[in-house]
Design a protein around this ligand. Structure first.
Ligand SMILES: Nc1nc2c(ncn2[C@@H]2O[C@H](COP(=O)(O)OP(=O)(O)OP(=O)(O)O)[C@@H](O)[C@H]2O)c(=O)[nH]1
Ligand SMILES: [Mg+2]
Length: 278
C-alpha cells in the first residue's frame, strides 16, 4: 500500500510556524518513542536551523527502558539535548528544566541586567505525538485540546507556565513520503488519518514487522500460536481466535485489523519500539 497524506491545513500550519519562528527562543521537538527516526520531519529540520532545540522523547511508557537509553546515547553523541517524557503521567517538569538549560544563555544575559524574562518555545512534532498533552501536563490544567487522532490542534495556541511561554502547533507532515517505511511507521503510531488508509493492508504490513521484532506479541495478547508464521497466516489465526462476525456470518477482517493496530497504539501488545538503535 502506498501511503501519502498532506491535507491543506498542514500547509497553513507550516506557514503559521514559519511566521512565528522569529518570536520564539527555542523549539520543543516532540517525537514518539516508538518511531523516533520517522518522527523527524524535513519541515521541522528546516525550522530549527539556527534555533535552540530541546528534543522530547514522548510516550516512553510504551517502550522498553534499554531501548530509550540507546536513543538517549545517540542524541548525546550528536550533541543534541533530549529529555524523555510520558505526557499522560501529569509530570513533565523535566521539560521546563531542560528548556531553561537550552536557553540558559538568554536567561543569564537578562539576569545580569536584573531583568526576569520568560523563554518562548514553539512545540512541534508530527500529528498525535503528544504535544498538547505535554503542554497540558505542564500547565496542570487541560487547556490545549487533545485527542487520540491526528490533527486535533488546528489554530495557534499560546500557554504560559513557570517562566515559559509555549506555542502549541498543529501536527504536520511533509508533502511526499519518499520512504514508505517511514509512512507506515507513522500510520502505525496514529500520525496519519485512518480514513486514508486500507486498515487490512496496514495490519498485514504491521504484523509482518511485529512478527520479526516482537515474535511473541500476538501469541501473548490473543492466545494464538503464530510465532514463526508469516503475516497472512498470523492474521488468519487472529481472525479465527477473535471471531468478530459480520451480519452474514462472515469474519470481520476490517474490525480485526483495526483491533490489532489499536492494540499496538494503546500499548496492549507490549512495549514495542519500531525503530531501535541496536
Ligand atoms: N501512552 C501514552 N499516550 C500519550 C502520551 N502522551 C500523549 N498521549 C496520547 O496521545 C494522543 C495524542 O495526544 P495529543 O496531545 O492530542 O497529540 P498532539 O501531538 O497534540 O496531536 P495533534 O494536535 O493532532 O498534532 C492522546 O490520546 C494522548 O492521551 C504518553 O506519554 N503515553
Ligand atoms: Mg495537539
Amino acid at each position: 500500500m502506498l501511503i501519502q497524506w498532506f491535507p491543506g491545513h498542514m500547509t497553513k500550519a507550516i506557514r503559521m510556524m514559519e511566521e512565528n519562528l522569529r518570536l520564539v527562543d527555542a523549539l520543543i521537538y516532540v517525537v514518539d518513542a516508538r518511531a523516533i527516526a520517522s518522527c523527524k520531519s524535513p519541515v521541522f529540520d528546516r525550522l530549527l536551523a539556527g534555533k535552540r532545540v530541546l528534543y522530547v522523547i514522548n510516550k516512553c511508557d510504551l517502550v522498553k527502558e534499554e531501548d530509550i537509553l540507546a536513543w538517549e546515547r545517540d542524541f548525546e553523541e550528536r550533541g543534541l539535548k533530549c529529555v524523555r517524557a510520558v505526557g499522560t503521567s501529569g509530570d513533565c517538569s523535566q521539560i521546563v528544566r531542560g528548556l531553561k538549560q537550552v536557553a540558559a544563555d538568554k536567561l543569564e544575559k537578562y539576569a545580569a541586567k536584573g531583568a526576569k524574562v520568560s523563554v518562548r518555545a514553539m512545540v512541534v512534532g508530527v500529528p498525535n505525538s503528544g504535544k498538547s498533552t505535554i503542554i497540558n501536563s505542564m500547565i496542570k490544567k487541560a487547556k490545549a485540546v487533545t485527542g487520540d487522532r491526528p490533527g486535533v490542534t488546528r489554530g495557534k495556541q499560546w500557554l504560559s507556565v513557570d517562566g515559559v511561554d509555549f506555542l502549541d502547533t498543529p501536527g504536520t507532515l511533509w508533502s511526499k513520503f519518499t520512504d514508505q517505511r517511514v509512512a507506515h511507521h507513522l500510520a502505525y503510531i496514529g500520525s496519519i488519518k485512518d480514513d486514508v488508509l486500507d486498515m487490512c493492508e496496514l495490519a498485514l504490513d504491521f504484523a509482518e514487522e511485529v512478527l520479526t521484532i516482537a515474535p511473541t506479541a500476538f501469541d501473548e495478547r490473543y492466545g494464538v500460536h503464530v510465532e514463526g508464521k508469516d503475516s497472512v497466516s498470523a492474521f488468519e489465526d487472529i481472525l479465527l481466535a477473535k471471531r468478530f462476525l459480520l451480519k452474514g456470518g462472515e469474519y470481520d477482517r476490517e474490525r480485526t485489523a483495526r483491533m490489532i493496530i489499536d492494540d499496538f497504539r494503546k500499548g496492549r501488545l507490549g512495549k514495542i519500539m519500531l525503530e531501535r538503535q541496536n
